[in-house]
Design a protein around this ligand. Structure first.
Ligand code: SME
Length: 173
């Protein structure tokens, strides 16, 4: 059983603890789907005021829904479309205070008011994005951007193998 009790005094500490838990959850596990599923659950459990937390994967140059927590969501998002597509196309974090003011925003859940999307890049390849939605306007700030960017950086090598084959770094001798 995994029972992470994450109680932090401030947001940077919250992210430090969450990243340590993410590290422990994915350590030595090469299966990307299992890792994304556990991290989606961890994000959902740890970060307050979310109505969606999960992954879109880069499948042949299109974003395809991955493991998540929240309501059923759009399955395919072309690069360049919506907030997730913008993050995939530019490989830059998208921190959107008001999604209804974002041109081309894709409303999967009408409860979403603000959104944070962080690209997952490993060895120059875009693997997908982490997507967080909140029902609160301007829910995400610079500390969320820094924390989620660090999480994505640490996680990317453990999501590199989408077919379950062990990447070199994890292969047992
Ligand atoms: N709102 C997103 C689509 C994904 S959902 O929020 C889960 C967007 O505009 O890319």
């Amino acid at each position: 059983m995994y029972d992470f009790k994450i109680e932090a005094a401030d947001k940077p500490a919250l992210y430090r603890e969450m990243i340590a838990a993410a590290d422990a959850l994915t350590d030595g596990e090469p299966d990307a789907v299992a890792n994304m599923a556990n991290i989606a659950a961890l994000l959902w459990d740890t970060l307050p005021d979310l109505n969606w937390a999960g992954f879109y994967r880069n499948v042949g140059g299109e974003l395809v829904l991955g493991p998540f927590q929240g309501r059923a969501a759009c399955i395919r998002i072309p690069f360049g479309k919506g907030v997730c597509g913008a993050a995939a196309a530019t490989r830059e974090v998208q921190c959107i205070d008001d999604v209804n003011a974002f041109p081309g925003h894709i409303a999967c859940d009408s409860a979403s008011a603000s959104e944070l999307v962080v690209p997952l890049v490993h060895e120059g390849r875009l693997l997908g994005v982490i997507d967080l939605d909140s029902p609160r306007l301007a829910r995400f700030d610079a500390e969320d951007v820094a924390g989620c960017s660090e999480l994505a950086r640490r996680l990317a090598p453990r999501l590199a193998s989408m077919d379950g084959a062990a990447p070199e770094a994890l292969r047992k001798p």
